[in-house]
Structure formats: structure tokens, C-alpha cells
Design a binder for this molecule. Structure first.
Ligand code: COA
Length: 236
């Protein structure tokens, strides 16, 4: 099946609003998909971000929003050790959505790949994103784009979210060998629904690198040991 990936502009606000309503309405747990205001989308469609769609024939079937938070208070960097002087080099991987009938064609991967390539001329050095831990498909899409879950934060009025980070443009550094222990052994799985266990694992220095689905439909975060150029900011 053939899909095209296209950059959107200010004239496409209505299209994005329509898509996000359809995807939100189909979400089993609506709390896991945060809708954006028309003002925010208009800002991203102008010079505040980059927006993309996937098309099949005449139909728009998926979208991805990238947002440049710059010095705005929403900058997710405030939850991390990214130096304040570098806040202007942060890009957020904001919302992504594929209409239900079009899932399973790797469209999140394709949209993310195009968005990553296009960041080359923006001066971006840090990519941040959040996902509800109870949205394993959203978590997997971010991990496949090279991001790692580095902690749990509260966003959107108290909702728990995994915070994701990847450096840009370089890929995430490979996990170092730890002494005599084989690297393959430095891996564990934590249920995405078990927030306390996730928080505990992050505190112990694990980061989330992927998702493992069980036949039952349950999903675990695949966690690895990794060098962290950036980590969650702690206030204690
Ligand atoms: C996250 C999302 C964009 C990924 O979609 P995608 O790119 O089509 O995913 P993939 O192509 O990697 O799909 C791989 C498999 O997972 C399945 N899958 C993907 N998303 C799914 C979902 N939300 N529910 C159930 N199954 C899903 C696909 O059907 C496919 O199954 P198959 O291998 O049997 O064909 C999509 O799940 C989505 O739009 N979710 C709703 C919006 C959302 O939660 N966004 C993230 C927060 S902003």
C-alpha cells in the first residue's frame, strides 16, 4: 500500500482538528490522548513547530505534531537536567495519531522518521515527549523513534506520564558493558500499569527502551542500563 508523507501549513488547521477528534473518539481510554487547542495547533502549523500528515490517495490517515517550546513554561526540559541555556534547542514530539482503520502500516514510524530528518535545519539538540504509561502503542512509537523513557512526571493537571528523551542529531549512546556482566543481562521488564515499580526502576538507573506485549494484551516496558546525557531532575 502506498502512502505519502507531507508537511502541513497554516491552511490545514481544520484538517488537524478533525483528525484529532476522530482519533480521540476512538481511544479506549480518552485520558491517554491529549487533544490540542486550535490556538496551539495554529502555532505549530505556523513557525512554532512542524506538522505532517500521511496520505493514502486523497485521504489523510495520520498526523504528527512537532512543537518548539523555546522559552515557554511548557518546555519539558524543566523536568530534566538539560541546561537552561539550551531550552531554545528543545523540540517536543507532541501528538501523533493514525486513524484506527489505518493502523499496522508503520505510519507512526514513517511520520517520526520524516520529522526527525526535517529537524536537521532547526538547531534542535534535545527531543522530549510524554506518553501515558497505559498507552503502550504510544510508548512503543516513541521508543522506535530513538527516545528513551527516563522517568515519571505529572502533566495535564495531575496525569501521570512517562517522560521521554533523545539527543539530536546523534543517536542514543549504546549501553556500556558493565564489568564482567554481559550487556544482554542488563535488561528487565516492568508492567506499564505498575507506576510504583516504574518509578522505582528509574530511580535505580534503568531507562525504558521498548515495549513487550503479552498474548493477554498486557504490556511491559523493556528497560535497559544506559549512559544518560540527560536525566530526570530531582529536587531532593
Ligand atoms: C500510536 C499509533 C500512532 C501507532 O500506530 P501505527 O503506526 O499504525 O502502529 P504500527 O504500524 O507500529 O502497528 C503495529 C501493530 O500494532 C497494532 N496497533 C497499533 N496501534 C494500536 C492501537 N492503538 N490499538 C490496538 N492495536 C494497535 C497495529 O494494528 C499493528 O498490528 P498488526 O501487526 O497485527 O498489524 C496508534 O496506535 C494511534 O494512533 N493511537 C491513538 C493515538 C495515540 O494514542 N497517540 C499516542 C499519544 S500522542
Amino acid at each position: 500500500m502506498t502512502f505519502g508523507i507531507q508537511r502541513l501549513g497554516p491552511a490545514d488547521l481544520g484538517l488537524l482538528l478533525d483528525l484529532q477528534e476522530k482519533i480521540h473518539a476512538a481511544q479506549p481510554d480518552p485520558d491517554t490522548f491529549q487533544r490540542s487547542t486550535p490556538e496551539f495547533l495554529a502555532y505549530c502549523l505556523a513557525d512554532g513547530g512542524r506538522c505532517y500528515r500521511a496520505v493514502h490517495g486523497d485521504e489523510t490517515v495520520a498526523y504528527r505534531i512537532v512543537y518548539f517550546p523555546r522559552e515557554r513554561p511548557f518546555n519539558l526540559a524543566i523536568d530534566t537536567t538539560v541546561p537552561t541555556a539550551q531550552y531554545g534547542t528543545v523540540a517536543h514530539f507532541d501528538t501523533i495519531g493514525v486513524l484506527p482503520d489505518w493502523r499496522g502500516h508503520g505510519l507512526a514510524r514513517r511520520l517520526n522518521s520524516r520529522a526527525l530528518t526535517d529537524l536537521a535545519d532547526t538547531g534542535t539538540r534535545h527531543i522530549l515527549a510524554t506518553s501515558a504509561p497505559t498507552n503502550p502503542y504510544g510508548v512503543r512509537a516513541l521508543a522506535e523513534a530513538g527516545s528513551r523513557a527516563i522517568g515519571v512526571v505529572e502533566k495535564f493537571g495531575g496525569k501521570l506520564r512517562l517522560l521521554f528523551y533523545r539527543p539530536y542529531p546523534q543517536a542514543w549512546p549504546a549501553a556500556p558493558a558493565t564489568g564482567a556482566q554481559p550487556v544482554a543481562a542488563a535488561r528487565r521488564h516492568v508492567a506499564l500499569v505498575d507506576t510504583a515499580a516504574l518509578v522505582d526502576a528509574f530511580r535505580q538507573g534503568w531507562v525504558g527502551a521498548g515495549v513487550r506485549f503479552a498474548a493477554s494484551g498486557a504490556a511491559d516496558l523493556r528497560m535497559v542500563r544506559s549512559c544518560l546525557p540527560v536525566s530526570l531532575r530531582t529536587y531532593d
